[in-house]
Design a protein around this ligand. Sequence first.
Ligand SMILES: O=C1C[C@@H](O)[C@H](O)[C@@H](O)C1=O
Ligand code: CO
Length: 298
Amino acid sequence: MLDNNKIKLGISQIGWTNDDMPDLGKENTFEQTISEIALAGFKASEVGAKYPDDPAVLKKAMDLRGLTICNSWFSTFLITKPYEEVEKDFIKQLDFLKAVGADVIGVSEQSHSIQGRLDQPIWEGKYVMNEDEWKMLADGLNKLGKAAKDKGMKLTFHHHMGTVVQTEEEIDRFMDLVDPEYVFLLFDSGHLSFAGIDPAKILKKYISRVRHIHLKDIRQTLADKSKAEHWSFLKGVREGVFTVPGDGDVDFEPLFKIVAESGYAGWLVVEAEQDPAKANPLEYAIKARKYIAEKTGL
Ligand SMILES: O=C1C[C@@H](O)[C@H](O)[C@@H](O)C1=O
Ligand SMILES: [Co+2]
């Protein structure tokens, strides 16, 4: 059982429109997306490309539906761009998130990332950082994390397929290098499972440093096929590698147990990008909401 005084449930808008491939769900408007998020029984979403840029307009639309913004993706380029340039954009996004009521920002290092490249199989040619780059990444994130903390926000780092922090060894090294006061982990059950890592092992090890959680399930047969047939990450998404919790092969019960026993306080966010033409977003959001209620009491 999870404590609903500590844990709140959100769902990412990525199931309605996928900003990485905007043709997926192009027909779904911002208003329809957030109305369906509320209708399915969730309390928050992250920020999508169709969401209003004006924080007052966005907040009003969310408030009207009893929703809040709980996080947004932020791409850093700490090992390939000047730090000051990254920091400037980061602060702007922090201020935006703060104005709409979020206290978490989800960072992914996108230097050399292959996650968006259609010409690149996701299982081949991922960039591996050298010693200097590891230091540059950790130092940059520590500084950004301090800037976030100074504004009452938390920098959470999203390990991700096709990026410089994907494998178990990379996650361990990352957690060793960053300052626990300023940089937290964004745990994503789908990316770990897709990478062939036991999500329960990682969650157990780092739960005290986790400040945001993405609940993503995978269809293992399609994940295996993506490797065998050299698919890009985005082809995998299009074909249905990811789905909502309870609909795939990830075992969520140990994850919920670790969360319950840890005293984690924060958001659990269903994040299950797939083709909305094959997986109706409202139907899948309701499916996820029911599964989580059944397994956690939330
Ligand atoms: O948190 C996420 C945001 C997406 O844009 C990304 O590609 C997805 O897989 C994810 O986990
Ligand atoms: Co995620």
